[in-house]
Ligand binder design. Sequence first.
Ligand code: BES
Ligand code: MN
Ligand code: MN
Length: 464
Amino acid sequence: MSSVKNYINENKNQFVNELKDLLKIPSVSADSAYKKDVLNTANFVLKSLKEAGCDNVELCETPGYPIVYGEKIIDKNLPTVLVYGHYDVQPPDPINLWDSPPFEPVIKKTDLHPEGAIFARGACDDKGQMYMHVKALEYMTKTGNLPCNVKFMIEGEEEVGSESLSWFVPRNKEKLANDVILISDTGMIAKDVPSITTGLRGLSYVEVEVTGPNRDLHSGLYGGAVANPINILAKMIASLQDENNHITIPGFYDKVEDLSDEERAEMAKAPFSLEAYKKALDIADVYGEKGYTTNERNSIRPTLDVNGIWGGYTGEGAKTVIASKAYAKISMRLVPNQDWKEITELFKKHFESIAPKSVKVEVKPHHGGQGYVTPIDNIGYQAASKAYETTFGKTPIPQRSGGSIPIVSLFEQELGSKTILMGFGLDSDAIHSPNEHFGIWNYLKGIETIPHFYKYFTEMYTNQ
Ligand code: BES
Ligand code: MN
Ligand code: MN
């Protein structure tokens, strides 16, 4: 299939320009002010699927944003690959930290991307990675190289918890039936160290509200005599981890599976430089749960982090005040087996129990999702591995990631299929951060690698 390289060479400017057009539409699912843009993005994806050769392309309505669906069924006896991705993006804030406007994509060179990278919100997560699949399909249909059936399902609510999918997937099992699910919405270790993501963490996201006195008070007249909800909230949060950075919520670790020494040794073989890690983040030292390495802390261990905290006076100058209320948003990353609803309950119970009588506490659960881990002894993984070998000249390393894509475990539960996570982003691509970008090299390498996956998967499927 050397022709895929030629096809990319002939069309790469077009591929980059189309992605830029997609990135210009601000499809921020979290903010209803962008509703029109999110819908326009769905239509952009719909049109691109049609042009890439999909049949039966449609926008499927859900209680939230529509799902873009398309398929190319060439032979019922051949396997079917279901491609999943998302067309929504994270909010661009804080906007003033971007070097160029988040929805005006520009190409700039960086140390890791000397060929240039596209800077824009969603460049890597997930518009760029999703669009690789559209262009790979275009190549396969236009050149007669599509070896099997393919279905596309691209959603618009991943960044807000994919809530409509638990409605849509069970109602459309037949439509979504497949032999393997393929997703590019993760990363790889380095450009010269390809990896396949074999695990994702689950998530429980909650918001807490601590209420003290019924109104804001003068901090001189009342200070010291009533509970300050901000002080209390800070203490409560601090108590959620002990001196070893172990989470103190009773029952939190009950279902956490400990990896064997062999598994941990295997993990430790993945290339990693602690010095480079610290340097890239400008930190003097790392921090985390005692007894685990950095790579273990951010993948096979559960965590608890405050994502936002507010209350009281934060404007210019000083205001002497004891606020009536304090708030925090807290996320817990979970590992497979931990049930996110159960953990949310444990958190709620514990957080309410540690509050002093002088305040009221409310815990509001947000979204969540289950973790995922997949074995590598299946033809999906093996086909992906061979695809990387072909285009990178190296066997990819299986790697568990710290991020979450809740739909993956739902797919397994509802459709019974395994998901192969072929990510082409780098950790330094700044997803969810200002100056998000995606290397042109990575983008084109993805387009090149995907058709090989289809070919090997179909061969392995027919020979098994
Ligand atoms: N694509 C990311 C998840 C990801 C990134 C996994 C890199 C592994 C490596 C996805 O869009 C995302 O941001 N997921 C959210 C969870 C969701 C429920 C909001 C996350 O991980 O915070
Ligand atoms: Mn994503
Ligand atoms: Mn994301």
